[in-house]
Design a protein around this ligand. Sequence first.
Ligand code: UDP
Length: 298
Amino acid sequence: MGSHLSQLLLEKNNEVVVLDNLYTGSLSNIAHLQDFDNFTFVNHDVTHPVSIEAERIFNLACPASPIHYQKDPVRTIRTSFLGSLNLLDVAKTAGATILQASTSEVYGDPSISPQIETYWGNVNPIGIRSCYDEGKRASETLFFDYHRQYSVDIKVARIFNTYGPRMDLNDGRVVSNFILQALKGDPITIYGDGSQTRSFCYVSDLVHGLYLLMESDPDIQGPVNLGNPVEFTMLELARLVIEMTNSNSSLTYLPLPGDDPKQRKPDISLAQQKLGWSPTVELQAGLKEIIRDFEARI
Ligand code: UDP
C-alpha cells in the first residue's frame, strides 16, 4: 500500500483479488502474497467495466503522489471517476460493501484547522492538483448517490498523508524524498519556506483504520478522517530525518508548487467515536522503520 495506492482489492469468501490500474512499477509489493491459495492477482484497468463476485471491495485505485498524478492528469481523473462508477456497479450487482479511499485533498488548501468531516473544503477546480482533488470529490459524490439511489453499502475514508516501508523509492512525496536524499547525502529539497504543515500516519495504523471502517455497522458510511493528528512543518520533518539518518545533507529551497496546501491536520474524533480507532505509531518510531527499509533497498 505504501508505494502505490492504486490497487483495488476485492474480497470474496476469504479470497482477495487485486485489480491493478495505472501501475507501471514492479509487482514486488504483492510478491509475498502470490503463494497463498486464496490470493489472485487480476491485471485490469478499473476505468473499464468489470464483472466479478465480491462481498467487500476496497477501491484504492489512483496514484496519490502529486508528481505521479500530475504526469497524466486526464488519466488520473478518469481513474477516480470511472473507476468508482465501475466498481460501484460491481457492488450494486453483487450486494457487496464498497470502501472508497478518499483523501484529505478534498479539503484543498483548508481555511480551518484541524479539518473536520463537515468542512466542505477550499479547492481550486482548475489547478494542477484538481485532477486528483476533484476526481476524489466526484468519487465521493458517486458513492453517496449510489447509496441514496440504489442502497449500495458504502464506506468513505478520507486518508491523510501516509508513509511506511515498501513505499516506492521514487514516490516523490516528502517523507520518501527526504529519507532518500538524507541517506545519499544529497541536498534535502524544501519546497517554499518549509513552514507548511502535514500530519503523517504510519501505514499499519491506516490499514487498521480501513479495516475497522469496512467492518463497521452498515449505518456508518462516513466520510471518516483517517490520519495522525500530530502536525509537523516540512522543516521540522527535514531536521528529524537528518538527525535520524546521521546525514550531512544540507537544505536546498525550491519554489512551492501551485496550490500546495499550507496546513493539514485531521480532526479524528469521528473515527475515535465510531470505530474506536486512533493511530498508535509516533512519527519517530515510524520513520525508524521506513529508514531501515530504504537503507536495505538503496
Ligand atoms: N515537499 C517538500 N519537498 C519535497 C516533497 C514535498 O518540501 O521533496 C512538500 C510539499 O510542497 C508539500 C509537503 O511537502 O507541502 C507534502 O508534500 P507531498 O508531496 O508529500 O504530499 P501532499 O500532502 O502535498 O499531497
